[in-house]
Design a protein around this ligand. Structure first.
Ligand SMILES: Cc1cc2nc3c(=O)[nH]c(=O)nc-3n(C[C@H](O)[C@H](O)[C@H](O)COP(=O)(O)OP(=O)(O)OC[C@H]3O[C@@H](n4cnc5c(N)ncnc54)[C@H](O)[C@@H]3O)c2cc1C
Length: 438
């Protein structure tokens, strides 16, 4: 069935967790809407993650309020279980999601209110458009990547398992949650691994019988509206793998991984690393210890009965690769055949041709309400707070955005006394369309 000439109040683009949450809230508020998804519901969880990936937060935490995982509350859902969860959510709330429909262009109408949307299944019109196309749309590989045909180079988005890689050692660039988990999986599969470590936060997986997600919640960290100065681009290294464990770079090195500083350049088959490995590791420790201190203070202040855990403060000795770090690596000599770029993602809003961006193409919005009336963003990192791009955080942002849309509709549905009198005299036109000006 084609979508040609459909008119809808609100169009939501993307049916990942953001689009699903948006649809739930719009449904609850009675806003007519449609969600278009170019592939399948929660496709990023289905095919955009490696095979063994589990959620970074436990099942009790990384979910929407309306449905629990069919798992032990403290377990970590596998990526397919997360995708199944969102499919189940769509069924449970009977949400209007159409899959296999790609939105190719959105433009503001010149001659009437609203937007014209071009899709691969026809042209539709909507009063409002919510861009829920994800925080991580376009894998980013930095320009320093070597132009060496002999090397197998992939972004972490294209990594699935150790078997897909050619034999040999692997250099993993980036030690956020993706890089460190992939590096550990490769090491456990018997590969020689070099892991390039930049600035990172490194919360304990759990402390005093509470997961770090709980601590960040009670300490108000998930609700932080802006990153601490200088920490805006600092990645967070956590892992739910094998039941969940604290990321400890020194422990990984003692098990055989070679840690190196930030990757600086490649020239003539030689990789060069910055002299900042120890500093990055130490700052990660500071972040770890600061959370333990804040947790202890919270326990004390609230008189909680949570068992002390002094061993969490013990630190392994610096491994040789930290105390005497490699600054150069001859890739051929070290038998490095693969580089995995775990260097993050960018966004691509080329399809959204409206006045909602700054000169650098960055979305301009306040808590998701863009500067172009009728255009909304959802799911972006720090959209309203630290939790915005995470499963449970996006649900709260969606509630705010849906509330804004419902309020706008109320304004537009308003009829002044004269109009009301006219409506009463002509009942046939009293069914006012809310397809109106913004
Ligand atoms: C490796 C990794 C692990 C993560 N683990 C966790 C975790 O454990 N817990 C957690 O809370 N968060 C986690 N996140 C962060 C975040 O939850 C996920 O990135 C999540 O997929 C974001 O959901 P979203 O709906 O905003 O975007 P997406 O899941 O990316 O969904 C956007 C959807 O929009 C569709 N789309 C895009 N463009 C168009 C178009 N033009 N027309 C139609 N459809 C379109 C896409 O196909 C996609 O399905 C992780 C992220 C990564 C990268």
């Amino acid at each position: 069935m084609t979508l040609n000439n459909i008119e809808i109040d609100t169009l939501v683009v993307g049916a990942g967790q953001a689009g699903v949450a948006m649809s739930e809230h719009l449904s609850k508020l009675g806003v007519p809407h449609l969600v278009l998804e170019r592939k399948r519901i929660a496709e990023a969880w289905r095919t955009g993650r490696w095979d063994s990936l589990v959620a970074n937060g436990p099942a009790w935490h990384d979910r929407f309020p309306g449905l629990e995982f069919d798992l032990d509350a403290d377990a970590f859902a596998g990526k397919d279980q997360v995708a199944d969860y969102f499919e189940q959510y769509v069924r449970k709330y009977n949400l209007p999601v159409r899959t296999g429909v790609e939105v190719r262009q959105v433009v503001r109408n010149a001659d009437r209110p609203g937007f014209t949307i071009e899709t691969n299944q026809g042209v539709i019109r909507a009063n409002r458009v919510v861009a829920a196309t994800g925080p991580f749309q376009r894998p980013v590989i930095p320009a320093i990547a070597p132009k060496d045909d002999g090397l197998h180079q992939i972004h972490s988005a294209a990594y699935y398992n150790p078997e897909q890689l050619p034999a040999g050692a692997v250099l993993v660039v980036g030690a956020g949650s993706s890089g460190v988990q992939i590096a550990e999986e490769l090491m456990r599969a018997g590969r020689q691994v070099y892991l390039s470590v930049g600035a990172h936060d490194r919360p304990p997986r759990s402390y005093r019988n509470r997961d770090f997600c709980w601590w960040l919640g009670v300490l108000g960290e998930w609700d932080a509206e802006i990153a601490k100065p200088g920490r805006e681009h600092v990645t967070i290294a956590v892992s739910g793998a094998r039941g969940g464990h604290t990321v400890d770079f020194r422990a990984l090195a003692h098990q055989g991984m070679t840690l190196v500083g930030l990757t600086q350049s490649f020239e003539g088959g030689v990789a060069r690393f910055q002299d900042n490995l120890a500093e990055n590791i130490n700052r990660g420790d500071e972040n770890y210890l600061a959370l333990l201190d804040a947790a202890d203070a919270y326990v004390e202040r609230n008189g909680l009965d949570l068992p002390p855990e002094p061993e969490a403060r013990k630190r392994l000795p610096d491994p040789a690769c930290v105390s005497d770090p490699l600054r150069e690596l001859d890739l051929a000599q070290a038998n490095v055949t693969t580089i995995i770029w775990a260097t993050g993602y960018g966004v691509d809003f080329s399809w959204l041709q409206v006045d909602a961006f700054d000169a650098n193409g960055k979305p301009q919005h306040q808590r998701g309400v863009s500067k172009e009336p009728g255009v909304y963003f959802l799911g972006l990192p720090w959209l309203s707070r630290r939790g915005s791009s995470f499963i449970w955080g996006v649900w709260h942002d969606a509630k705010h955005v849906a509330g804004h849309i419902a309020t706008q509709r109320t304004y537009l549905a308003y009829r002044d006394r004269e109009q009301r009198t006219a409506d009463e005299q002509q009942p046939s036109i009293s069914n006012v369309s809310t397809f109106g000006a913004h």
